[in-house]
Design a protein around this ligand. Sequence first.
Ligand code: SF4
Length: 381
Amino acid sequence: MLMTNQKKPISIKNDPWEAYNDIEEHGKLTLSNIEFTTTNLCNMRCSHCAVGYTLQTKDPDPLPMDIIYRRLDEIPNLRTMSITGGEPMFSKKSIKNVVKPLLKYAQDRGIYVQMNSNLTLPQDRYLDIAEYIDVMHISHNWGTIQEFTNVGFGAMKKQPPLKAKLKLYEQMLNNASTLSEQGMFVSAETMLNQSTLPYLDKIHKEIVNDMKCSRHEVHPMYPADFASQLNVLSLKEMKQAIHHLLDIRNEDVWMLFGTLPIYPCINDENDQALLQRLRDAKNVTMRNDPDGRSRLNVNVFSGDVIVTDFGDENGTISNIKRDKLTDVFNKWLTSDLAQSLNCHCEAFHCLGPNVLVKNMYYPHTDFKQKEIEMHTESIFS
Ligand code: SF4
């Protein structure tokens, strides 16, 4: 495979995970991101974790790396790789046999890498891979320390001592600030839900001032099965929360709104005003949800391929032992579900809703019909 190890720094003008890049570069939805689940192990058990209830105490053997490399080589437009778990830096065996080989592969091809970590492990583990990481992505939903000690271990049968939990919190703060100061791009994500809503100011300040993160990501929380213990916000509450964040945030720090449940085609004055406010705000970006628009998830143990890690809405759609990932992606795009979600309005750089957003907030909206209306309106306006 051709080596093109030239990467522009990540910035509000260069978000390699933005699925609209593929429309601009290739004229259509294109497989450009592979997420690997590299371990089922973690030192925490968050109630809201997408894989929190599937975590195990011992990983099975991974597939031979040759199969994985071959499947990656077959993706001509691979731009980004995401590494997730469990906690990808928890198992030394997994780091040596899977994570580091993947990081090196990405580096050789000039592919951007995001790692999804809880950043609570000893710092040397993260320093050891720092040179390969473009985005260190962590969750920060902790309005109070009790929230961390309860929800952060909510899915764990035998609870660790309180002191041990508190130490992990300190370590997370310390790791984030030290790694940021050393030049790592640490991006902290907060879900908007009933638990975080009263503490958004505090969480934002901690992310910016104490953890010194380069980006604060904000996503709504949807009632997927893994998140059933937490309370979702109504659409009205969500919009108020976004306005509030825009009011209180530090404008010098990038704020990324992902899976935003507000669309240009929704005929609501307030929605359109909020969208405009987001477009005009300094250092704010909105990202088209990458799930199923440009990304597939591969489990390195089974080889199973899924479209989304948000709650396994669609189940396994293929396996890399059998299929090329580009073929899997192209077949997925022809499925009824993908067809019902994949609208596109060029004027707004919008690629339609995420499946969970649609199911939660717009179950009866036909976005393909909306797309027709939008296109008709723009022709006659
Ligand atoms: S792409 Fe879909 S969701 Fe976005 S504005 Fe157009 S019709 Fe609405």
